[in-house]
Each structure stands twice: as structure tokens, then as C-alpha cells.
Design a protein around this ligand. Structure first.
Ligand code: ADP
Ligand code: MG
Length: 289
């Protein structure tokens, strides 16, 4: 299993061990939050990651994004290993991978306008004339549907609008990879659909690779080309989205599917009412089997 050499992400045998504090025979006992996970994400591909709370999804996402170094195994990002913190190569890698979390209010500065925050992300990485920075920040806000809201402060936006602002701030740098960790989980179903449609649209326009982590399978299903199932730190199975959902190989995946939380009739109706147009077009670079 491989992606085009030098393009996309290749993770090999990733392990993350956290100290538990307890000692066994004088040696600190470690807890393996992620235990030997290998996967690839091609350029332009969306890989969904599902699994119950505590299965290691976020830990895996942090290692893939290079925020946290693995205890074992390796990640290559467009052919390079993640560089040591603080080096010039690290700085350049930092703009190429962005992470969007569940709670947008926690990651914005409450005193700054939305426009200022998007602009600041840009000027941190690029030396730009003031007017150009303004224009590019504004263009990005237009792209996420907040063209008229740049002057607002975070508390003047709804949860969905604030998540759009966070997405604008992440994407203004034109990253290669965006890791979305429960990025829509806190939003109403109709707003979830809007944000997912936005991500699908931006994925096409910017040729993004996405790692889309969620405990909500019904969300992951529609946005992902392939889906991986995490359980107790391990990747139980990974495969083409439709095939995995229609014909799960693992008993655990079948159990997970039969318990899809957001697919109650009421939620399905809400989703339809929101006129969701989920599209999963193939990524531009072919995915290897
Ligand atoms: N920084 C950390 N220190 C210690 N334990 C952690 C840390 N991060 C996660 N864990 C533990 O690792 C396991 C997996 O967590 P996580 O990756 O957050 O799972 P998920 O995102 O699937 O809910 C959990 O048991 C969690 O308590
Ligand atoms: Mg998590």
C-alpha cells in the first residue's frame, strides 16, 4: 500500500505510549494509546477515521499532523519526516498541515476580529504588503461564506460561523493536509451538513488532503474516500468507504455501524431538510488499494 512517492502522508507502525505513573518492577509502565498503526493519505484524498471515544483517534491525528512525535514508527509528509521543533524546515511544515478541532471558541482570540485572525495567520508565515494581506484574508472569508462578517468579534458569531472562521484561518495558508478532529461534532445537524459541504468544496478547490476524525459514522461516511476503524489503539480495518460501510469485514465494525448514533429517523429528516449534497468525487491522485 503506497501513495505517489513524495506526495501525501505515509505512516508506518505508529505507536504512542503515555506514562501511567504506576511502576512495574521498577520500570514505568506505559499505556499504548496507539499501537502499531500504518496508513496512507494520498494528495486530494479524504481519509475518515472512526471509533469509540478513547480508541486513539485524536492521538493518531496528532502524530499524523506532526504535533506530537510518536514513541515508535514514522510519518513522512510529502516525502519528508517532520523536522525538529523550531527549525526553518519545521516552520515551513507547520503551514502545510493544519488542524481543526471540535471547539472553535477555544482556539480564537476573543478580542480580535475574524478578519484580523485570518490575516494574522497569513502574515505569521509570509511577508506581505498590508493591502495584500487584507485582500487575501478577505478573499478567504468570502470563500467560507463570511464575506460580510470580517469585522465581527468571535462572540458575535454562531458556533457554525465561528468554525467557518477557524477553517478560513487554517486554509488561508493553502496547507496540503488538514486534520479535522471532531470538527463538526459540537454543531447542530443542519450546521454540520453546511460545514461538511464547505469542506468538500474547499477540498476540490485547493486539492486538499483531509484526515476526518469523528465518532459519528454517518458524518464520516459521506465525506471520506476511504475509512479506517480504530479500536483500542489499533486500526482494525481500513478500506474504500462504500465497501466498508456496505460490507464491513470485522465484527466490531458491524457493531459500530449498527449503533450509528446520528442516523435516527429524526436526524435523517433534519439532514434532508438541510438539503445536504454530499459528494465524494475521487481524489486527483489515484489511491492505491
Ligand atoms: N496526553 C495524554 N496523556 C495520557 N493519556 C492520554 C493522553 N492523550 C490521550 N490519552 C489516552 O489515550 C487513549 C486514547 O485517547 P484519544 O486519542 O484521545 O482517543 P479518541 O480521540 O479516540 O477519543 C485514552 O485512553 C486517553 O485517555
Ligand atoms: Mg478524540
Amino acid at each position: 500500500m503506497s501513495v505517489h512517492p513524495g506526495k501525501g502522508v505515509v505512516a508506518t507502525s505508529l505507536v504512542q505510549t503515555y506514562a501511567t505513573g504506576r511502576k512495574l518492577w521498577g520500570r514505568a509502565e506505559g499505556f499504548r494509546a496507539v499501537n502499531g498503526v500504518s496508513l496512507t493519505i494520498a494528495e486530494g484524498e479524504t481519509l475518515g477515521i472512526v471509533g469509540e471515544s478513547g480508541s486513539g483517534k485524536s492521538t493518531l491525528g496528532r502524530m499524523i499532523a506532526g504535533i506530537e512525535a510518536p514513541t515508535g514508527g514514522s510519518v513522512t509528509f510529502w516525502g519528508e519526516h517532520y523536522a525538529r521543533v523550531g527549525t526553518p524546515q519545521w516552520r515551513s511544515q507547520r503551514r502545510q498541515v493544519q488542524v481543526v478541532f471540535q471547539n472553535p471558541a477555544a482556539v480564537v482570540d476573543p478580542r480580535w476580529t475574524i478578519h484580523a485572525q485570518v490575516r494574522e495567520a497569513l502574515t505569521t508565515h509570509e511577508r506581505l504588503a498590508s493591502s495584500e494581506a487584507d485582500d487575501r484574508a478577505q478573499a478567504m472569508l468570502v470563500m467560507v461564506g463570511l464575506g460580510t462578517m470580517g469585522r465581527r468579534l468571535p462572540h458575535q458569531l454562531s458556533g457554525g460561523q465561528l468554525q467557518r472562521a477557524v477553517i478560513a484561518r487554517a486554509l488561508v495558508l493553502h496547507p496540503r493536509l488538514v486534520v479535522c478532529d471532531e470538527a463538526v461534532s459540537a454543531l447542530d445537524v443542519s450546521v454540520q451538513a453546511q460545514i461538511i459541504n464547505l469542506l468538500l468544496e474547499l477540498r476540490e478547490r485547493l486539492n486538499l488532503s483531509l484526515m476526518f476524525i469523528s465518532h459519528d459514522l454517518s458524518v464520516v461516511r459521506h465525506i471520506s474516500h476511504r475509512v479506517g476503524v480504530m479500536h483500542n489503539g489499533e486500526l482494525l480495518e481500513i478500506g474504500d468507504s462504500a465497501a466498508l460501510f456496505d460490507n464491513p469485514r470485522h465484527a466490531y465494525t458491524r457493531r459500530l455501524l449498527s449503533a450509528i448514533p446520528a442516523d435516527t429517523p429524526r436526524k435523517r429528516k433534519q439532514r434532508d431538510a438541510a438539503a445536504v449534497r454530499f459528494v465524494t468525487t475521487p481524489p486527483k491522485t489515484p489511491i492505491q488499494p
